[in-house]
Design a protein around this ligand. Sequence first.
Ligand code: ADP
Ligand code: MG
Length: 491
Amino acid sequence: MTNENQIWKMAKKCLAKRLPDFSQVSLDLWFGTLELKVLTDTHAYFEIENEFKQKIIEKKYKEDIKASLAEVIGFEVEVVAIAIDKDTFDNGLAKYLEAKELEKEQEKNDTFDPLQMYRRMDNSYLEREIKSSDEIKPQGQVQVSSSLPDYLPEYTFENFVVGSSNKMAYTAARTVAQSPADPGMNPLFIYGDPGLGKTHLLYAITREVTSRFPDYNILYVKGEDFTNELIEALAMKAPVQFREKYRKADMLLVDDIQFIAGKNSVQEEFFHTFDALYEAGKQIVLSSDRPPREMKTLEQRLVSRFEMGPIHDIQSPDLELRVAIFKRKAKSMGINVPNDVLMYLGNNITENIRQIEGALKKLRAISYIQGDDINIDHAKEVVLNLKTRDAQTVTPEKILSYVSRKYNIPPEDITSAKRSKDITNARHIAIYLIRKMMDMSLIEIGKFFNRDHTTIMSSIGNVEEKIKKTAGFEDSLTEMSRDIKSGSFEF
Ligand code: ADP
Ligand code: MG
């Protein structure tokens, strides 16, 4: 069996789990003849027998295939299906690549839609959004969806490895799951950097409570979804249903509550939801990337509500915990990782736990592709790969290009001497982000923008001033740097 075959075979198992409504017959029908021919670190090229199936796959199942492959190999690749009814696979692939090249050329000339990017920028978008959708949407029922996906069964307390950095948060979560709404434990607030296990703990609570108290109406929602649902409810003039949904919960968990900060009508609504539930003696659990007090644009009355119960942070894992997690994850992934490799990984992959999972998947993929047992050389390759990718992620050019796209202003204008309001604003933001994200001196940044360092300083001052004055602005900047770091703007 080729490595591609092997990988695809495993991915198909994940795919079946993602598509629980599919019978074996329909799984075979759609994916049985799909063959993974070429896997690179950016693309998976599949062969499929005809164009009809290819279209269906591209349209309906691409994301599921992508996610299933990622579960096996540890990173996402673009999924391309090539139909062979008119051609051979190799010819088809060549044509596809040519067409892509052409598209890229054309894209360069295309303008980009800034509205999309502005959507989540500040609180004024909320009003705008409501207004514009008011005009087009008919009145009606709000569609509410439960946002707890059930394909993450591994997010349980049993699978949560406990160490000194997360022990308090873990214990508090367990306590709440065992006896919800104990007045001393309400609300429970857990905060910490991304990838350290907040969502895992919130899921674990919902699971445990569901099994202990099957009649409980548990609501888990991401701060972002809460916001979007509310906007939609208001636009459809159906805030009543929205309120009912949230206020009849027996337990409410809001993951990444920081998203509501700075968005006035959302905070207002959440405040009332919180009070209604709290007064009715219902458990509330919140997670955030920072403690309530540090959410600068969170209304004071919410801060004090959030501080009524225990607040626990999750810190970065220490070496011991990292190695323990590596061990546990390797075991659950069914791969055999020798101790020296575990130690090497523990010593070198230190940032967050999401990285640990990614590293193990990559390790497994490399050992498949090279066809031997996992060893220290594989581990070195994985670490090197992660490090170079991290190091490559942020450059001043990338920040400039991000800001350029976000504000729809050509990079040349941003670095030029032009002084129109929009251009100056974009320039200030680009300078500020470069200063925050890069290890560059004011003089170096000055060179990049053809300016002296005092001008750079005043740009930074300008943005700092705006942060103080404008609610939500700091959060948008944080979001921008996150986008830049994750490279997610390179669409
Ligand atoms: P956050 O919500 O804080 O960004 P997640 O809960 O999504 O982080 O965690 C990221 C990944 O790391 C998940 O796959 C999660 O299962 C895993 N993880 C985090 N902490 C632990 C832990 N202590 N033990 C096992 N897995 C963990
Ligand atoms: Mg999370």
